[in-house]
Ligand binder design. Structure first.
Ligand code: S3P
Length: 178
C-alpha cells in the first residue's frame, strides 16, 4: 500500500508538507477536514458550533472508515484530533505508512497566531496548545510508524526525510486503467 498518512497537531504543516510531498511523488493529496467540509457542505467551525465536537469526531471516524481500500498513491493529511479517538489509530495504520510531524508548542503558537479556524484553540490559545499537545504528543508518537521533527526546517528538507525513511517510490502513470 503506497499511501502516506500525515498526522500531528494543528499547525504542524500537514497540509503544506502534504501538498508538496504529493506533487513531488506524483501522488494524489487529500485531507480529512476537507472531505468532511465537502460532505457536510459546512465549515469545521460551524459543525463544532452547531452540532458539537462529539458529532465532528463521528464524522472523522466515518470518513477514515470510508477511505479503506480506496486510497492508492495518496498523501492523506488527517485532522489533529482524529488519531486521538480510540480505535482510529488502527484505522489510519491500515491505510498506509503513518508519519507524525512533530512540532514544538512554540512553533505551533507562531504558526497559528491570529488563526480563527480552529475551534479547539479559541480563548487562551497558548494554554490550549500546551494542554492539548502534552496529552496528544505520546498518542501521535505511538500511532505513527515514524516521527519526523519539523521545528526550524524547510519543507523540502522534511519531505526529503519522509521519502528517504519511508522508501516510498515516485508514482509513474503509465497505464490509464490504474
Ligand atoms: C482539530 C484539528 C483540525 C480540525 C478541527 C479539530 C483537532 O484540523 O480537524 O479543528 O482536534 O486537533 P488540523 O489539524 O488540520 O488543523
Amino acid at each position: 500500500m503506497n499511501n502516506l498518512i500525515l498526522i500531528g497537531f494543528m499547525g504542524c504543516g500537514k497540509t503544506s508538507v502534504g501538498l508538496q510531498l504529493a506533487k513531488q511523488l506524483n501522488f494524489k493529496f487529500c485531507d480529512t477536514d476537507q472531505i468532511i467540509e465537502e460532505k457536510a457542505k459546512d465549515t469545521i467551525n460551524h459543525i463544532f458550533e452547531s452540532k458539537g465536537e462529539e458529532y465532528f469526531r463521528q464524522l472523522e471516524t466515518e470518513t477514515i472508515k470510508e477511505l479503506k481500500g480506496r486510497l492508492k498513491a495518496t498523501v492523506l493529511s488527517v485532522g489533529g484530533g482524529l488519531p486521538i479517538q480510540t480505535g482510529n489509530e488502527k484505522l489510519i495504520r491500515d491505510l498506509g505508512q503513518v508519519i507524525y510531524l512533530k512540532t514544538s508548542k512554540d512553533t505551533i503558537l507562531k504558526r497559528l497566531s491570529g488563526d480563527t479556524t480552529r475551534p479547539l484553540l479559541a480563548g487562551d490559545q497558548e494554554k490550549r496548545i500546551e494542554t492539548l499537545l502534552s496529552f496528544r504528543a505520546p498518542i501521535y508518537e505511538a500511532a505513527a510508524h515514524l516521527t519526523v521533527t519539523t521545528d526550524g526546517r524547510m519543507f523540502g528538507d522534511i519531505i526529503d526525510e519522509i521519502i528517504k525513511r519511508t522508501g516510498v517510490q515516485h508514482e509513474i502513470i503509465s497505464d490509464q486503467r490504474t
